[in-house]
Design a protein around this ligand. Structure first.
Ligand code: 2BX
Length: 425
């Protein structure tokens, strides 16, 4: 029976710029219950978690980490959320020889073993979209690309990664625009530079401003293809229009035909996974839990709902790694309970167990790159007549593009990536 306790720390953003703890904390608690109900995992141990709210603020998150570390019992690992909190927590954690596992951090800056030697994340990096973007450019023969982004670090480093990848593929970024808060001039410049195939890197609130200007500049239609981020909420372009002087219909007209890329973070078929339930069963259980706890009906409105599978699988990744480590330590007459933030041998065992993680979770196959990044598929969609349609999936590790051939072109043919100059004889 599970008479010994193993403790982990949890840092959840319950408010702030990404309040993903709203859905991710319930998912983590569900996973802890499920793991503790299994007799074949951590047979002698009960996994328990001490946790607190970071409000997606790095200072508060660091204080929460400090309190977790200086309150008994010793924590073996820490779960973290937002990128800005995870960059602080993961840099501090190594001083206590702690592995950090983020369920909600997308910043490319976190892919850095020098700065974050003990960091892993079940949430993919924002750069996961880039090999997919290159694949789309190659599929449609586009070699001249434009980009427009807001100046936040996550988009800046995503753009830098994209530049490297397109160059390696013989594709040129012929125009690139950045804006701080007002995209009017950036959009005007793209028009002047005759940009045709345009990658947009910004959050949804900036996206509404950009596409109001795109509508006014007529930078849309059969000559243009926009590639946007796919994880904005449904109908993002019909809500919060108060500070935008365009209607939802005008934005929809400008957005017609645009492509989106996003990571696949919920297993796409209803096959049984390695965590003992199918993805639809997970969704049903999470919906039930959220409806009951929050007294709501539409669970998709809960912040962090899309990322909940990543949080659920993060607990399983920890449990499976600790399970493996317990066996390895026993061979050295050591135990997980010997961990004291100082014993680096135990951390090294936990690290190598985490590094070799490989299981099918509710978020799909869970495995990490050498930098601790989640390896995942991406999905490509297109807005056709105002609704998103799946165009295909891309597995960048196998370089395998599954394409359904559903794309629609306003002009009936693939748009060109630049003005075709017809020499008049
Ligand atoms: C897809 C998104 C919304 C990207 O930001 C993540 C939060 C963060 O990186 O701080 C959560 N998931």
């Amino acid at each position: 029976l599970k008479d010994k306790k193993l403790s982990i720390g949890g840092i959840f953003p319950m408010n702030g710029s990404w309040a993903g703890g709203q859905a991710c904390l319930p998912a983590v608690l569900m996973a802890l219950q499920d793991v503790n109900n299994r007799s074949d995992i951590l047979r002698d141990y009960e996994l328990e978690m001490s946790f607190d709210d970071s409000q997606c603020m790095p200072g508060l998150g660091t204080k929460v980490l400090y309190n977790l570390l200086y309150t008994k019992p010793v924590k073996l690992m820490v779960l973290s959320g937002c990128s800005i909190v995870s960059t602080f927590v993961a840099q501090a954690a190594k001083m206590w020889n702690l592995v950090v596992l983020a369920y909600g951090a997308s910043s490319p800056a976190l892919s850095n073993r020098q700065r974050f030697p003990t960091f892993f994340r079940t949430h993919p990096s924002a750069t996961l979209h880039n090999p997919t973007r290159v694949k789309i450019f190659q599929k449609f023969g586009w070699t001249k690309i434009a980009t427009i982004q807001d100046t936040q670090e996550v988009f800046q480093s995503t753009k830098e990664d994209l530049s490297k990848r397109v160059k390696a593929a013989g594709i040129n970024i012929v125009a690139t625009q950045t804006f701080l808060t007002d995209p009017v001039n950036a959009v005007r410049s793209l028009k002047r530079q005759d940009a045709r195939i345009i990658v947009g890197l910004f959050y949804e609130d900036a996206a509404r401003k950009v596409f109001c200007q795109v509508y006014k500049e007529k930078l849309y239609g059969k000559k243009y293809v926009w590639l946007l981020i796919g994880w904005y909420p449904d109908n993002w372009y019909k809500s919060k229009l108060d500070s935008i002087n365009c209607t939802g219909d005008q934005l929809a007209e400008a957005l017609e035909g645009h492509f989106t890329t996003e990571a696949v973070i919920l297993h796409q078929d209803s096959s049984m996974t390695d965590v003992g339930m199918t993805a639809p069963e997970f969704t049903r259980r999470l919906d039930e839990k959220l409806r009951y706890e929050k007294n709501i009906t539409d669970t998709s409105l809960v912040t962090g709902y899309p990322e909940a599978p990543l949080a659920y699988d993060a607990v399983w990744a920890m449990a499976l790694a600790l399970n493996k480590t317990a066996v390895r330590l026993a061979e050295k007459n050591l135990s997980l309970l010997d961990f004291d933030y100082v014993n680096k041998n135990i951390t090294d065992e936990i690290y190598s167990a985490m590094n070799s993680t490989k299981f099918l979770g509710v978020s799909g196959n869970v495995a990490f790159s050498s930098q601790g990044d989640r390896i995942a598929w991406t999905q490509i969609e297109q807005m056709i007549n105002g609704t998103y349609h799946k165009l295909g999936y891309y597995d960048s590790v196998a370089d395998n593009l599954t394409w359904f051939g559903k794309e629609k072109w306003k002009g009936g043919k693939i748009p060109k990536d630049h003005t075709v100059v017809v020499n008049s004889l």
